[in-house]
Design a binder for this molecule. Structure first.
Ligand code: NZQ
Ligand code: ZN
Length: 388
């Protein structure tokens, strides 16, 4: 097991009406607030009015950046940076799903530098500082509320790039499960697939020495499988929405990762899909993950699949290992495509093999993905083909 440091000081307010604490936190970070949100769901739900009341209670002045898109674009980041600089913004408040949170985080870094914000991705420009970010989460999926990552798309270069940078870590996040009642069945399903993928990217690892974390991850997976179905059928079920929300946060706030050093595999593949086809992140992962697991399965790593199948899906442990492994992948597919009702192939979502070569090359950054199993561009192409 590798050494690691666990240090994630985001303060979390969890539960119904958690947002009523927002004004207290806002007061800690200055007077001028840039409120960032997406395409309007927060206006439809009435959350916008609650947020404005909280900002008023804090005695702060509000500026707004709206229209942040799913798979957020660098142009939204640039627009936010411009407002921060022109208005001398003190603190950023992101209200929405992962896309809004991610864009806001990169605005917070862009506000502190003179160069274009895309340089953070194209040149890997240093991220030494950022304006403070607070978040109000409205969709359980990405874990952006308690991690220092953010993924930004550039339609001009057809890139979608994620990067971690410590200064982007939110100072405080407000997690009220009732704010996710209005999330559509489709986005709920995509969110569940995303959470599961975050866990499996870590669970299927070359290292075999973290029993304690394996148990935690199996618990998180079972939580999403149990409550994903409930939330799809009963969107205003508090228990289901609360379990999904807290599971999504803990799936990717570095706790389960500990010292595991291997690279993630399905996420870089999915980012290439979203970059070209602008598909929903969780949907791409749902289609890719079972094929990735099938492609990687071999006699040396079958035990991990057996552990997954028995502990997460209660598959009969007396069956032959390869059979358990294959059944576990079938069960996962059944959850994504039957229980959650997600589309199951690239063909169904209008993706053909036209760009596979370049996508495979870019996802391996020209070399390979050094993950659970080493993947070279030719392997990635084969996985893409299995998804057709
Ligand atoms: O834009 P609005 O009007 O708010 O509508 C959004 C959007 O259309 C809607 N929505 C959000 N909350 C809602 C709601 N609709 C009704 N009621 C609510 N309460 O849902 C749609 C999708 O929102 P989005 O923010 O795009 O979804 P998600 O949270 O899944 O975020 C996806 C983005 O996060 C990145 C993905 O790549 C993708 O760009 N990721 C970020 C990560 C991170 N920061 O750590 C890790 C992830 O692996 C992921 O890559
Ligand atoms: Zn993800």
């Amino acid at each position: 097991m590798n050494n690691f440091i666990y240090d994630v000081p985001t303060k979390v307010y969890f539960g119904e009406n958690a947002v009523s604490n927002l004004h207290t936190e806002l007061k800690n970070y200055g007077k001028k607030v840039l409120l960032c949100y997406g395409g309007g769901s927060i206006k439809k739900s009435g959350l916008y009015d609650t947020i404005i009341d909280e900002i008023t209670k804090a005695g702060s002045e509000v500026f707004e950046l709206s229209g942040i898109e799913p798979n957020p674009r660098i142009d939204s980041v640039r627009e936010g940076v411009k407002i921060c600089k022109e208005q001398n913004i003190d603190v950023l408040l992101a209200v929405g799903g992962g896309s809004t949170l991610d864009a806001t985080k990169w605005i917070s870094a862009g506000a502190k530098v003179e160069h274009d914000a895309w340089d953070f991705f194209s040149q890997w420009a240093d991220v030494d500082d950022a304006l403070p970010v607070l978040t109000v989460l409205t969709l359980s999926a990405t874990g952006s509320e308690m991690n220092c990552g953010g993924v930004i798309s550039n339609p001009e270069t057809k890139d979608k790039i994620g990067r971690l940078a410590r200064p982007l870590l939110p100072k405080a996040s407000f997690l009220d499960p009732t704010l996710t009642y209005s999330v559509s069945k489709y986005q709920t399903a995509c969110g569940c697939a995303d959470i599961i993928s975050h866990i499996l990217e870590v669970y299927f690892a070359p290292e075999k020495d973290m029993y304690m974390l394996d148990c935690v991850m199996e618990g998180l997976l079972k939580t999403v499988i149990k409550y994903g179905e409930v939330a799809i059928n009963d969107p205003c079920n508090y228990e289901a929405r609360a379990n999904l929300m807290w599971a999504s946060t803990w799936a990717i706030n570095t706790f389960v990762k500990a010292g595991k050093a291997h690279e993630w595999s399905c996420h870089p593949l999915e980012h290439e899909l979203s970059a070209i086809y602008d598909i929903t992140h969780g949907l791409g992962l749902a289609i890719l993950t079972p094929r990735f697991l099938s492609y990687c399965l071999n006699e040396e790593n079958v035990d991990k699949y057996v552990q997954f199948g028995i502990n997460v899906f209660d598959i009969d442990k007396n069956l032959p290992p390869m059979e358990i492994a294959k059944l576990s992948i079938e069960k996962l597919s059944g959850f994504f495509f039957n229980t959650l009702g997600l589309q199951s192939s690239f063909t169904q979502v209008g993706i053909n093999s036209e760009h596979f070569k370049i996508m495979a090359h870019k996802s391996c950054e020209g070399e390979c993905i050094n993950g659970f199993v080493k993947l070279y561009p030719e392997d990635v192409e084969k996985i893409f083909e299995m998804c057709l």
